[in-house]
Design a protein around this ligand. Sequence first.
Ligand code: ATP
Ligand code: MG
Length: 273
Amino acid sequence: MTHVIVLGNEKGGSGKSTTAMHVIVALLKSGRRVGAIDLDLRQGSLSRYLENRQRFCEIKNKDLLFPKVAKVEPSNIDSRVAAQKQETENLQAALASFEECDYAVIDCPGANTHLSRLAHLHADTIITPLNDSFVDFDLLARLDPETGKVTGPSLYSEMVWMARKQRAMSGAASAIDWVVMRNRLSATHARNKKHMGEKLDELASRIGFRLARGFGDRVIYRELFPVGLTLLDLGGVNSPVRLTTMSHVTARLEIRSLVAALNLPQSAVQAAA
Ligand SMILES: Nc1ncnc2c1ncn2[C@@H]1O[C@H](COP(=O)(O)OP(=O)(O)OP(=O)(O)O)[C@@H](O)[C@H]1O
Ligand SMILES: [Mg+2]
């Protein structure tokens, strides 16, 4: 069975594609077979990331690891019902093509699209990167403006809740594991960081997600995209690019820590650690 990992958050720019790429490479490096689907059909950041990686290999004559990629086409049928049926079949066909893969990683757009909702229905694990801002928090939960207390789930949480409900009704043996990770954590702004942490802790038990240690705010993530590399490709004797600073080493540890926190099937965790 292919374990399906979905990167989702309706908030744009929270780090889904960057995290997807790093999780893919981490799993590949642990010897796992990985399938990748980019459902952000408009921006296609994950697809572009992989194209850049391919180009880097060609130009530099390097041999890097790649996932198996399956494309999911949007439907252009006018009837909404027929279009959704076709998209459902397209996603199922893409996942079926990963039969020999240990994991499928699906990168969702920062919007509530039909394909994104479908992907959540297939998820064994959902990873939600969240910028350290209450603007992003608002998609997970509403806060009472006066007391600052969490008053209830919000748009994206409701979507995950629906996916969980449908999965339970389908008789699936296991529930969806939902992991929220804070992204772009700043070394400064300690007060906001602490406040966000408290609210997320409060919310985690209430709407049922686990909090994983997140990624720091580092320019290197933006620099690696055009060359198609991840932090895990840097360092070592055959490294295509040198691992330069302590900050990069720390960032790599953060990625390994996230992969370990996912609690993926035992063998994969051991190999990725
Ligand atoms: N930890 C980080 N530190 C610094 N920059 C980051 C970090 N994570 C992501 N970024 C940068 O933030 C931008 C948005 O990241 P990314 O494209 O991964 O988000 P996304 O959630 O996939 O966005 P969208 O919803 O538009 O698909 C990119 O320029 C990326 O390089
Ligand atoms: Mg993206």
